[in-house]
Design a protein around this ligand. Structure first.
Ligand SMILES: [Cu+2]
Length: 158
């Protein structure tokens, strides 16, 4: 094994490209990721999958992040041929035995008032608040600006 490969492996162990699953009670949050933002952007979006292995419905109510002045839960939909997003004041349901997927073009976590741009490879900490499970700390792993899915995830080629 060359020195270069050893270094690369060490870096991989320290900072995995894909977010670790985070579990709390019956709730598992996986594949939490975000996209890099342009230097002047003041907003970013976070995506993740929430699974509920419990027997009672739960609900993602809100989120906070030290990197953003405010965090909202948004949905995106086509209205008159234009993609629009709006806040979901009641959050997102995570049914018992089911899951909720937040992904580009759909529901997402909106980071508003970014204190600095999101850079590829960075991990953006956030705290999710659930109706039943309480608070869950996650980290959005920042991918490329145009990514449609988390890097290193299922089927990723880079
Ligand atoms: Cu939004």
């Amino acid at each position: 094994m060359t020195y270069r490969i050893a270094l690369a492996l060490a870096a991989t162990l320290v900072a995995p490209a894909v977010a670790q699953d985070v579990r709390k009670g019956p709730i598992t949050v996986s594949q939490s990721w975000s996209r890099a933002t342009s230097p002047r952007a003041t907003v970013g979006a976070g995506f993740l999958t929430i699974r509920n292995d419990g027997t009672q419905d739960d609900r993602l109510l809100s989120a906070t992040s030290p990197r953003a002045a405010r965090v909202e839960i948004h949905t995106m939909s086509m209205e008159g041929g234009i993609m629009r997003m709006r806040p979901l004041p009641d959050g997102i349901a995570v049914p018992a035995g089911g899951k909720a997927t937040l992904s580009p073009g759909g529901n997402h976590i909106m980071l508003i008032g970014l204190k600095s741009p999101l850079k590829p490879g960075e991990r953006v900490p956030a705290t999710l608040r659930f109706a039943r499970a309480g608070t869950v700390k996650v980290a959005f792993v920042v991918g490329g600006a145009g990514d449609a899915a988390p890097s290193g995830g299922h089927g990723a080629q880079h």
